[in-house]
Write a new protein. Structure first.
Length: 578
């Protein structure tokens, strides 16, 4: 028996005065008030005493000269400490029937005992039911990046009380003023509606949290040997913070993308160490991956199936109770590890498939073949396995990271080089493929690249659905490869602000004036606004013999070439009217 629990335990021959002292132990010590456990001299549970039991004993005996055994209720309801909450709920009716108690109306607390029937913990009965009724819960979202903020506000919009926690004070102040630093359709309006109503942001962990959702960043890097290393600092800090505030019956949901085994082998031990609680027994733990696409996250949070794996069935069902308020389709998997793997499967598969398209684009370039037209021809009317179209590379915070996370798991299992790594290398090789092709074509057009002014259009990592997120952007990587090889580089993005472009050391311009005095323009994402440009005006505003690199097949090359003597470059072919 732990020392805390001894504070509310009396022996069979303890005087009533001592019992009264036990009943008045402060709940500030993490102990339930209003109950005294009666044990024998070996610490085995024999009975319980409440304030009501004391009153009844006094009325019956008209004396306070009583001992604990005279006041206690014998044979209290107690369950094995290894029982899950669901097992307790399932067995409780039988225990009540044994004691001729037809209802649990007056049941306030349940006792957990070890194999020798010595008390180890007391549960509040209502904690067992909290997991079934989710909307009254206080949800704490740790990490207010793109994933955390969108989820926090959608939960708030569904009626949950949500506190968002982030270490970035600037972010917190921005949100509390009703402004969002994330571009997402409908998010600004939702924030203004929910701020100081169901949602607030803070740099401190709030009191009274019931559900803790970890949505911090999990970046990767290469160590000195070239192995992929996950940077766990944010995840460790979040887990320690939760461990310092978690209470029995609470729920922890990991949403950050991690290697298989992280929830069980990394997060759970930290929370257990900090809290003294046991995952799966004292608190719920699950992995419920984020699966939304930037640009339509609010819609997809409500429409996409939510995949959930837990440390046990109780943890899964507690998480289901939360997410079923958002989406009608819940997919339960067998374990934490299965859920972690499913997240990696989705994104890594997409990256590998895109790498196939980019690989054949590189091959097609040697024959000056329009690979987009070729793939469309191959797909047309063919009922199986549509081949995706190539791009200047595959960017974004997920697809650039998740294959390496999956590969790190394979490395620990002593696999040789994986398909995940190979696909990622092909996609990353597109950056130099594009940059080198542009430099080579400038030289063929009679221009000195060192004197060339370049405009890069589409700095966000994707244009459709639109986003202003420049992190891990293909365009940014290509721009950096061109920096120093050309005279100047300017940038334009339809969504990202001038201030955001400058944060990445890019000089912003507006269109169409940005085309003036440029020797080359590169379109590196597929934002729809670019398809509405007047290509004749664009080409004629540029310097003589300009180069237009169309990385997303946005324009008809014939129109570009008719505008003025120039060169049009697609992802795998070049046409010139010079």
């Amino acid at each position: 028996m732990n020392n805390k629990l001894k504070q509310i335990c009396a022996t069979l021959d303890s005087p009533l005065s001592e019992v009264l002292e036990k009943l008045n132990v402060s709940s500030n010590d993490g102990l339930p008030g209003g109950i005294c456990l009666v044990v024998d001299h070996e610490g085995v549970l024999k009975g319980t005493i409440t304030d009501g039991d004391v009153r009844r004993a006094f009325l019956n005996n008209k004396s306070f000269d009583l001992e604990a055994k005279d006041v206690m209720r014998e044979d209290p309801i107690a369950f094995d400490e290894d029982y899950s909450y669901q097992e307790i709920l399932d067995q409780l009716p039988q225990e009540l029937t044994k004691r001729n108690r037809a209802s649990n109306k007056f049941l306030g607390k349940l006792i957990l005992v070890d194999s020798q029937r010595k008390p180890v913990k007391i549960l509040n009965y209502h904690q067992l039911w909290e997991q079934r009724v989710a909307t009254h819960r206080h949800v704490v979202v740790i990490g207010l990046g793109y994933v955390g903020l969108t989820l926090a506000l959608v939960l708030a919009d569904e009626g949950f009380m949500v506190t968002g926690v982030d270490i970035d004070e600037k972010r917190v102040n921005t949100l509390n003023s009703g402004e969002s630093y994330v571009h997402e359709i409908g998010l600004h309006e939702m924030l203004r509606e929910q701020i100081h109503k169901n949602f607030r942001a803070t740099t401190e962990m709030p009191e009274g949290g019931d559900v803790f959702i970890i949505s911090v960043g999990t970046p990767v890097k290469k160590d000195a040997t070239g192995k992929t290393v996950l940077i766990n600092d944010y995840l460790r800090d979040a887990s320690e913070l939760i461990g310092q505030h978690i209470k029995p019956g609470n729920l922890v949901i990991l949403r950050s993308t991690v290697p298989i085994g992280t929830s069980r082998d990394f997060v759970a031990p930290i929370i257990e160490r900090e809290s003294g609680l046991k995952a799966g027994r004292d608190f719920h733990l699950s992995f419920a991956p984020e699966r939304t696409a930037e640009g339509k996250a609010i819609q997809e949070l409500r429409e996409l199936p939510q995949l959930i794996g837990g440390i046990n069935t109780d943890s899964v069902e507690a998480t289901v109770a939360l997410f079923r308020e958002l989406t009608s389709m819940i997919v339960r998997v067998e374990s934490l590890e299965a859920a972690e793997m499913a997240k990696l499967v989705n994104n890594t598969f997409r990256d590998v498939v895109f790498s196939y398209a980019n690989h054949i684009a590189q091959i097609a370039s040697h024959f000056n073949i329009d690979v987009v037209a070729t793939i469309n021809a191959a797909n047309k009317g063919y009922p199986r396995d549509k081949v995706p179209l190539p791009s200047p590379g595959v960017g974004g915070p997920c697809l650039t990271k998740d294959p390496y996370i999956f590969a790190s798991v394979a490395e620990k299992l002593e696999f040789d080089t994986t398909l995940f790594e190979h696909g990622r290398r092909i996609n990353e090789s597109m950056h130099e493929f594009v940059a080198a092709s542009v430099i080579e074509q400038l030289e063929k057009s009679g221009k000195d690249p060192k004197e060339a002014n370049i405009l890069v259009c589409g700095l966000a990592f994707k244009g459709h659905p639109e986003t202003g997120d420049i992190r891990n952007s293909t365009a940014l990587d290509i721009l950096e490869l061109l920096r120093g090889r050309v005279k100047s580089i300017s940038g334009h993005d339809p969504v990202a602000t001038h201030e955001e472009l400058r944060e990445f050391n890019v000089e912003p311009v507006d269109l169409p004036t940005g085309f003036e005095n440029k020797d080359a323009v590169l379109f590196l994402n597929n934002h729809r606004s670019y398809t509405k440009l007047d290509v004749y005006e664009m080409v004629r505003a540029m310097n003589e013999k300009p180069l237009v690199y169309d990385g997303w097949h946005l324009f008809r090359h014939q129109e570009i070439l008719h505008a003025a003597p120039c060169t049009y470059m697609g992802i795998s072919f070049t046409h010139s009217s010079i």
